[in-house]
Ligand binder design. Structure first.
Ligand code: MN
Ligand code: MN
Length: 417
């Protein structure tokens, strides 16, 4: 058996847990299944003679097989790097709902925070701003977004499924669900300490400004502001917005529109890389000039792998859109942990900590990688091995020079190629 063949023999969790259809899917990607000694050792935990007495949270254990019976390569204590949005408190209002996963829910996630939001058709996330930059991806439906920059230049646009937007720090903005059924989207902020419930809201500000000052500011009577709500609206139901072109024209009068668009049609973008295992779209300031936050939207077919790699310039914040997968993170000093992910889960990997993501389900796994840096960067194990003197690599790992010769010179990102 060649070294390459040995490398391709993977321990199959599907085999261990008897998930036949997923194993078939994996086989289509020529990922051979073999029970190694380690796999047999792991399987013995779940053997019929293991009575597994005592309390068990069965649904949670079933969702987290790599916590229930970790692979033998896991070792030591790693800070938890997963938090499901399903555990976050949902704030429900007329017009929609929202919930957040920040450093308070997931203490390791210091650089970025996330918010899920649903707006009904006509539902408005109130005009507001915040200190942090806001990156977003539309997950379902469509919305009208508005913003005004420091030169009074306006931005009004409609965004659909798969599209992104970026509101720079301090820029006031709004989001409104469109017909027929509003929208669902994910927001990502460039500070783990962000709090969606503590932003600067236009109603809240005006309610806390003396009425005579408001009158003086606009040279109007105090009664002009009689209808300003005493309490924030935050998210509220309203009628649908007007014609897009008419609203754009109205907002741009006298100053024009922002010089760099605040939206990006990622749904229409060609993938950055396509392999047999799936595809990736990388969106950073090279393609979306206004963004200080970079992203990779990754699709893995059943059994495929987001290859072993790390990011030298930023922590990674992840959101799982659909499918099931697992990720192992090696944190150094013999310490590593594997956790399982599915739709709506947040994952987090500190800067330069190596990791992989494997599709463990029987459908596509789609997730996004987010970074608090305008330039996307990664270093893959395969690329490192391919571009290091092969004798030196052989002296470390014992792998043959013919195996090293066969590694593609460009990183795969998603395997198999
Ligand atoms: Mn916002
Ligand atoms: Mn990564």
């Amino acid at each position: 058996m060649s070294d390459i063949e040995k490398d391709e023999k993977k321990i199959s969790r599907r085999d261990i847990f008897g998930l036949g259809s997923a194993a078939v899917a994996a086989a289509t990607l020529t990922m051979a299944v073999e029970k190694t000694a380690e796999a047999q050792q792991q399987a013995s935990h779940a053997a019929p003679n293991e009575s597994n007495r005592g309390p068990q949270n069965r649904p949670l254990a079933a969702e987290n097989p790599d916590s229930e019976w970790p692979p033998p390569t896991d070792s030591g204590t790693v800070k938890p790097f997963k938090y499901p949005f399903a555990l976050a408190r949902k704030r429900v209002l007329s017009g929609g709902w929202t919930r957040q996963v920040t450093v308070r829910e997931l203490p390791i996630s210091t650089t970025l925070a996330g918010v899920e939001m649903r707006l009904t058709a006509g539902g408005i996330r109130e005009l507001h701003w915040h200190v942090e930059a806001e990156w977003a991806i539309m997950l379902n439906g469509s919305a009208r977004i508005t913003a005004v920059d420091h030169d009074g230049k306006s931005f009004v646009s409609d965004v659909g499924e798969g599209d992104l937007w970026l509101f720079p720090p301090g820029v006031p903005h709004s989001i409104q669900g469109l017909g027929p059924d509003g929208c669902r989207f994910l927001l990502v902020f460039d500070d783990g300490n962000f709090d969606e419930f503590h932003t600067f809201l236009i109603t809240d500000w005006l309610a806390h400004t003396p009425r005579e000052v408001l009158a003086k500011n606009f040279s109007v009577s105090e009664s002009t502001f009689d209808a300003v709500p005493k309490k924030e609206l935050f998210i509220f139901q309203a009628d649908l917005p007007g014609d897009l072109h008419a609203e754009q024209t109205e907002a741009a009068k006298g100053t024009g529109t922002v010089p760099k668009r605040f939206d990006f049609k990622a749904s229409a973008m060609k993938p950055t890389k396509v392999t047999r295992g799936g595809e990736v779209k990388i969106i950073d300031s090279k393609t979306f000039p206004v963004t200080p936050i970079s992203a990779a939207i990754v699709t893995l077919k059943p059994g495929a792998l987001r290859e072993l790699h790390w990011h030298p310039n930023a922590d990674e914040w992840q959101y799982y859109i659909t499918g099931k997968g697992r990720m192992s993170v090696f944190v150094g000093a013999t310490t590593a942990r594997t956790m399982d992910f599915e739709e709506g889960d947040v994952g987090y990997v500190p800067i330069s900590n190596p990791h992989y993501i494997e599709n463990t389900g029987d459908s596509d796994l789609v997730f996004i990688e987010m970074f608090r840096t305008s330039e996307y960067q990664d270093i893959s194990l395969a690329e490192w091995m391919a571009h290091t003197p092969h004798l030196l690599m052989n002296q470390h790992l014992g792998v043959t020079t013919s195996m090293l010769d066969s590694i593609p010179k460009q990183e795969a990102v998603v395997t198999p190629l």
